[in-house]
Structures are given as C-alpha cells and as structure tokens.
Design a binder for this molecule. Sequence first.
Ligand SMILES: Cc1cc2nc3c(=O)[nH]c(=O)nc-3n(C[C@H](O)[C@H](O)[C@H](O)COP(=O)(O)OP(=O)(O)OC[C@H]3O[C@@H](n4cnc5c(N)ncnc54)[C@H](O)[C@@H]3O)c2cc1C
Length: 458
Amino acid sequence: MDVTRRFHLLAIHPSFDPLMKKKANLRQRSATALTSSLWTATAARAPAFTSLSGDQQADVLVVGGGIAGMSTALSLAEKGIDVALVEAGQPGDGATGQSGGLVAPDYIRHSPESIRSVLGHKDAERLTGMIGRSGQHVFDLITRYGIDCGARQDGFYTPSHTPSLAEDQRRYANQWRVRGHKVSFVEGEEVRRLFGADRYCGALRFEEGGSLNPLGYVRGLARSAQLNGARVFTNSTVRALNREKDVWVCQTSSGTIRAPRVVLAANGGNAALHPAMRRTSLPLHVVQFATTPLDPAQRRAILPNGGGFTDKVPYLFTARIDNHGHLVSAFPMSFLLKGDEGYYREARSRLREHFETMRDPDIGHLWRGVAWVNTSFLPEVYDLGDDAIAIQACNGRGIATNTVLGAEVAAMLATGDSESLSVRMRKPKPIRFYSAAAMLPKLLMSMAYLSRINSKSA
Ligand SMILES: Cc1cc2nc3c(=O)[nH]c(=O)nc-3n(C[C@H](O)[C@H](O)[C@H](O)COP(=O)(O)OP(=O)(O)OC[C@H]3O[C@@H](n4cnc5c(N)ncnc54)[C@H](O)[C@@H]3O)c2cc1C
C-alpha cells in the first residue's frame, strides 16, 4: 500500500522534468502491474466453473487445479473414469500461473548418466526417458486439444557459463542422444548469436522444448478435462480430508465429495491435506517479470530464432520471449533484496547485464511466485496408503514433467499397475530440522546474490 501511495505522489509532480516524468510513469506502471502476471493479462479466457455444492461422489478425487491436477483429471476423464477436481481458487492460481512457462525437458541437477548412481540403472533410465519425452508430450497434447496458449516449440537451452561446464555438457548431449532424444551441444559463438548475450561459452539444446503461456495452458487442460466429463470445482478450498471406512471425505465450505481414491496435487498445499505430507518440500521464492514488447532492433538481437534458456549459475538467469514480444525472466528472492522498488531495480539490472541491446529495460509486469522444492530435486509421487497418492513435483521445473506425471498417475489408477509410473512411488519422509531448512533456499540465494554483486564491483 505504501509503495503504491508513494508512486502515486511521484506521478503528481513530474511535469516539470521530462526524465523524472519518464521514470515516474515507468514506476507507476510497474507499481500497478505488480500483482498481475503477464499471463493474467494475455491468456485465453478461463472456462466458467462452479464451486462445489451439496454432497457428491466420484471414483477419484483430485485436489489442486495446477498442471499436475489438471493433467491427472484430464487423463482420467479420457479413460472414462468418474473424476472430480477441487481447486481453492481458479485453475493456475498456484505455481503454474506464476511460472515462466518454459517447457524444459532436462534434469535440474543431473545428467542421464549421473542419475544412475542416485536411482539405480532401471529407475534412472525410466526417469530419463520420461523427462526426455516430456516436452514433446506437452506440445502433442496442446495440438490434440487445440489449446490456445502461445505454444512455441522452438527449443530449450541450458547454457554453460564456464568452459568446464561446457566440457561436461558436450558429454551430456551425447548421453541424451544415445538414448534417442533430440539434444545437441551448441558452441559458444553460435550461442552468442542465438541468445544475443555474450556470457556463455556453449549450451545444451533440447530441440523438443520451448515455451508457452502457462495460465493459458492449464486453462486449456481444464477445459479439455471438463469436455471429457471431469467435474471441475473452483473457489473450493479443501478444509478437511478424512478417511471414513473405505472412502475419502473431502469437505469445502459449501460441499462434500466422497471418493474411494484421492490424488493430492496441491503442491505446497499438500502439507495441509495429509499429515504425512507435512515438511516434505521447501519454499523457493521467485520474482518473475516481463518487459514491455521489445523494439524491432531488440527482437533482431535477443533470441532472434526463439527458444528459451535457464542457466546453471547459482543466482540463476533465465529468458524467453512470448508471442507478443515480451521478454520473460526471473530471479530468486533473497534476504538481501527487499521491497518492490528493489525488485524492479534488480529486474532491470539483470537484463542490462545479460543483453547488450537492453540499455534501459522497461518492465511491464512483475509478480512473485513460490516453487516448492524437493530435497532430491526430482519429481516425486508418494503412496500415502488407503488409496491416496500425492504428486509433489514442482521444483521450479514442472510444466512438462507434471503434465506427464498426471497422465501416468491416471494410467496407474486405471490399470492398478504402478509400472505405469516413470517415478518409483515412495513413502514421504519429513525433512529434518524443517523450520531451519525452510529458510535454506532464501539463504543460499542470498549468498549467491552477494557473490554476484561482489564480483560486479571487483
Ligand atoms: C516463479 C516460478 C517460475 C517457474 N518457472 C517455470 C518454468 O519456466 N518452467 C517449468 O517447467 N516450471 C516452472 N516453474 C515450476 C512450475 O510452475 C511448477 O512445477 C508447476 O506449475 C507445478 O504444478 P502443480 O500442479 O504441481 O502445482 P500448482 O500449480 O501450485 O497447483 C496446486 C494447486 O493446488 C491448489 N490448492 C492448494 N491447496 C488447496 C486446497 N486445500 N484445496 C484446494 N486446492 C488447493 C492451489 O490453489 C493450486 O492451484 C516455476 C515456478 C515458479 C513458482
């Protein structure tokens, strides 16, 4: 509130100074855009849903209307299974609608070979296959249902910021390729041309990746689920979920659903739905932002062939351009950067640092999000017993993988065969020293931020 009022006061006076006027206009727009994401402004309209009312029954209840829940509901409905989904707000109100929309069929921390020492040969190969195919799965689904979400299958890149990472990535490209995935390594000079940024010495290119409007995408999944017979209830927060005899009883403020089987896909909200899900993931706070549409010269220089990237620097940098020419990027929140004004300054500074052609970036939208991270950095599906399953697979990287996981969970519920899953189901384990651990992502990002500003001033 204070910030908005201050910006408002600034806007009253500026007529005497054109530079101040420009700055004031910029800030005022920034301030008003703070709470709305680019996606809210540009996504195709959401279908109309009603909230849950009365006593209802379903074969499967899905809680959470993000990508994981909607994909599960859609796939169950496609199989003719009677499914009801309840969402606290509207589809995409969680991490899905806050995200950057990159379709990234890559591991966060691993390569196809290194994951073998974590999961063992068989499970590792299955997960690698799933992640490698996940981008194509998303774009096929979009085509199949004609989802209007600005989808661009123009590649996802993981750039190398050091020669030693470039060396590793040359090997990773080969590891993906021998497993049949369309992944290559692009050398530094070509990356500089493809990105319009000169700080990388190479990049892994995932040909089947790309980007989309995540809110448009999840709304399209919701519409498709409904068309296939799923019942989708919005503005329906689950207040209690209890097992009574052989059924789960889910209560919202205005209704009840009874179902023998339940899938929890509420991301960070899973913790409040089932005691075993408490303390199983950590919050990573992110500031996501988008510029106003780039001018023609910037369009020619920055990502001229499309595609998007996320680098491996601890204080990570990411960029993509949407169909309207907005450049979309993000930075992790730390303890050292506070207040909306600071976020806008940081957003502009990061763009200037990475793109020579962005001398005076104009931020049109800036919003915050929370990515819930597993300590494994891997997608997890938990068996909670009593026919309850939880998908906990955000990790800041779930657009493609959570779409596939939803389809796989549905296949498992339809057949009873857990081999339908690319992830081995486990029992959830609470993270030890959770209160302290929950601060770790922000603490680590604070250190990464410090090291960045120190290296800038060195
Ligand atoms: C800022 C940010 C940027 C990201 N960028 C990318 C990216 O570029 N590419 C990528 O692949 N991934 C990205 N991610 C991660 C990606 O968005 C997530 O992995 C994915 O959207 C998670 O989907 P989900 O369905 O599991 O969870 P969510 O989208 O969080 O959905 C959970 C839903 O459950 C609902 N809910 C919670 N509690 C209840 C309750 N009690 N009753 C009813 N409903 C409830 C919530 O309202 C919410 O809609 C990003 C995440 C963030 C936060």
